[in-house]
Design a protein around this ligand. Structure first.
Ligand code: ADP
Ligand code: MG
Length: 254
């Protein structure tokens, strides 16, 4: 068992607040059993938190539960002090639109829209004013200015992933979730996306990134190692070696 995944890391405690608090979150699927098993954690404003673990350890399911995309079977998730389990469908959808950005493992771009319109879409859905410059800048940051008018089918997997990142970062949000954001990228594009996520984790914003790339995880402020749906270890100020050891080590303490 890990130390205290819900506790404040010393490096963050004095100056930050929790933007997300999860308590004893579990998710069961018929046939698959308990995919997420009693996870408690906090996410602090300004931090980049990485969640690592083997394939099938429940990372995506946990991210979906934390972001309000899926309802946990039991347990509680609060975002900015609002308890998601108390919200009805439409209130939950509104909270997601207004406060949460999500980079999906499968990109989830709208195939009939250009890259530019895909990036502008969440702000429009949230009825926020999005300036053309903000969309242009988000695409420039991921190196896709020249592909702004292309539809997803005309883009490579890596380019689609970068559009998905630009879409999540084009407007200000309290929380950005990213599921394997570097999974389809070569190392140069991956480094670019990581540094974007790093700088997106700003004063009032937190980024939660699922990854199986240990180098990527080591760029985070904190790493949670997931095993069989439960938090197995927590690492502060991680190095690639420490992450590797934590992922491959057998059960037991720190
Ligand atoms: P990871 O992202 O760590 O690879 P996932 O969260 O995608 O893991 O999946 C964890 C486990 O839950 C897997 O065994 C997967 O088959 C199962 N699972 C995920 N989503 C569903 C679902 N909608 N219905 C049934 N089983 C699911
Ligand atoms: Mg996954």
């Amino acid at each position: 068992m890990t130390a205290h995944p819900g506790a404040l890391p010393a490096s963050l405690s004095a100056r930050t607040r929790a933007v997300l608090v999860a308590h004893d979150v579990s998710k069961e699927y018929p046939g698959a059993g308990r995919v997420v098993d009693g996870v408690s954690l906090q996410v602090f404003a300004g931090e980049l938190l990485a969640i690592v673990g083997p394939s099938g350890s429940g990372k995506s399911t946990l991210l979906h539960c934390l972001s309000g995309l899926e309802r946990p079977t039991s347990g509680s998730v609060q975002i900015g002090g609002t308890r998601l389990e108390e919200l009805g469908r439409s209130a939950l959808a509104r909270l997601r639109r207004e406060r949460v950005g999500f980079v999906f493992q499968s990109y989830n771009l709208i195939s009939s829209l250009t890259a530019w319109d895909n990036v502008a879409l969440p702000a429009r859905l949230a009825r926020r004013r999005v300036r053309d410059e903000d969309v242009d800048r988000a695409l420039a940051h991921v190196g896709l200015s020249s592909r702004a008018r292309a539809r997803p089918a005309a883009l490579s997997g890596g380019q689609q992933q970068r559009v998905a990142v630009a879409r999540a970062l084009a407007v200000d949000r309290d929380l950005v979730f990213a599921d394997e954001p570097t999974g389809a990228l070569d190392s140069a594009a991956g480094a670019q996306v990581l540094s974007l996520l790093r700088s997106a984790a700003g004063a009032n914003r937190a980024v939660v990134m699922v990854t199986h790339d240990l180098q990527a995880a080591a760029t985070a402020d904190r790493v949670l190692v997931l095993r069989d749906g439960a938090i197995h270890r927590e690492l502060l100020a991680p190095t690639p070696t420490a992450v590797l050891q934590a992922v491959t080590a057998g059960g037991g303490g720190r």
